[in-house]
Design a protein around this ligand. Structure first.
Ligand SMILES: NC(=O)c1ccc[n+]([C@@H]2O[C@H](COP(=O)([O-])OP(=O)(O)OC[C@H]3O[C@@H](n4cnc5c(N)ncnc54)[C@H](O)[C@@H]3O)[C@@H](O)[C@H]2O)c1
Length: 285
């Protein structure tokens, strides 16, 4: 049994449902949030702001595993995202390194690949195409996690969560939905299964899904739920004028978007054949 797990954002919508399953995996579950929490069972409650380095340092003393679900969960101005999603992450990984934390399992998002068109499948190795400042803040987290693994050996699993609700309720969720139980299973696998600095998609078994997870032999995640069960109800309730999003990020990609979605959908950095070097630099004009 694990001695001590720290769960950040424990008052939040998703993390509060992780408290019971995580408390079974460890002797002490530290539930931490910027808002006050009441501890039950083997929990210890800590109220702190993760953008305070000294507080984070104290929080991680003696921890084996961190499950990091605190953060600002949607698009916002940088002034909001930076303390919650950037500064907090730098403090957390630094403190984890200092205190010999074995692993961090953290909430990332499908919005790190939200600029992919909806007719493409995306696996975990696909280049990132963030659809929002929020998505960029999570891409930062994934990069930090990779750096601390490659440089220092600190393990992590990022879960690119789709939309986590008890039920799927709109067309986009037929692709992105994850049931809270499937998310809890993924977090548990993230703690117990061997990982390096991997990422997985936090989605249930949705036949209309875009995300491709590693094969079962490599990462034994078997979702128990599917958005397909809600497809008829969603179709019947769909207003005739319902917008079809061209990009996987849906409203996140659409918000503030300038120009044609094809620009975002068709740009891939790996495709250097389209790199717009001025002709004179090729020496062939
Ligand atoms: N809800 C979803 O479907 C979804 C989808 C994709 C990713 N995510 C990610 O999952 C995580 C949890 O999302 P949620 O929907 O539960 O959000 P939430 O807002 O309900 O919970 C986040 C928690 O983090 C805490 N928090 C924020 N800033 C903090 C700080 N500086 N210090 C300490 N605590 C702080 C908040 O008080 C809150 O309790 C987030 O990282 C979010 O980006 C959620």
């Amino acid at each position: 049994m694990i001695e001590k797990i720290v769960l950040t954002g424990a008052a939040g919508k998703l993390a509060r449902r992780l408290r019971a399953p995580l408390s079974l995996l460890c002797r002490q579950l530290v539930v931490a949030d910027i808002v006050p929490l009441e501890a039950t069972g083997n929990e210890t409650a800590v109220q702190l702001d993760l953008s305070d380095a000294a507080a984070v340092d104290g929080l991680l003393q003696g921890a084996d595993t961190v499950v990091h679900f605190a953060g600002y969960p949607r698009e916002a101005a940088w002034a909001t995202l930076i303390p919650a999603n950037i500064v907090a992450v730098t403090h957390l990984w630094e403190a984890a390194l200092k205190h010999g934390v074995r692993r961090i399992v953290y909430a990332s998002t499908n919005h790190v690949v939200g600029m992919y068109p909806v007719d493409r499948k995306v696996d975990v190795a696909a280049e990132l195409k963030c659809d929002s400042r929020y998505g960029v803040s999570k891409a930062f987290t994934e990069t930090v996690a990779r750096f601390y693994y490659e440089k220092f050996g600190l393990e992590s699993l990022g879960i690119r969560i789709g939309r986590c609700e008890d039920e799927a309720s709109d067309e986009r969720m037929l692709s992105t939905w994850i049931h809270p139980q499937d998310l809890a299973n993924l977090v548990q696998l993230g703690i117990t299964h061997p990982v390096a600095a991997d990422v997985v998609y936090g989605v249930s078994e949705n036949s209309q899904g875009w995300c491709v997870n590693p094969p079962f032999e490599q990462f034994p995640y078997r979702p128990q739920h599917s958005a397909d069960a809600f497809a008829d109800r969603i179709e019947a309730a769909k207003p005739p004028t319902a917008k079809r999003w061209p990009l996987q990020g849906g409203p996140f990609a659409d918000y503030e978007f300038v120009g044609e979605s094809a620009r975002a959908a068709n740009f891939y950095r790996a495709s250097y054949a389209t790199f717009p070097l001025p002709k004179s630099r090729h020496g062939n004009d």
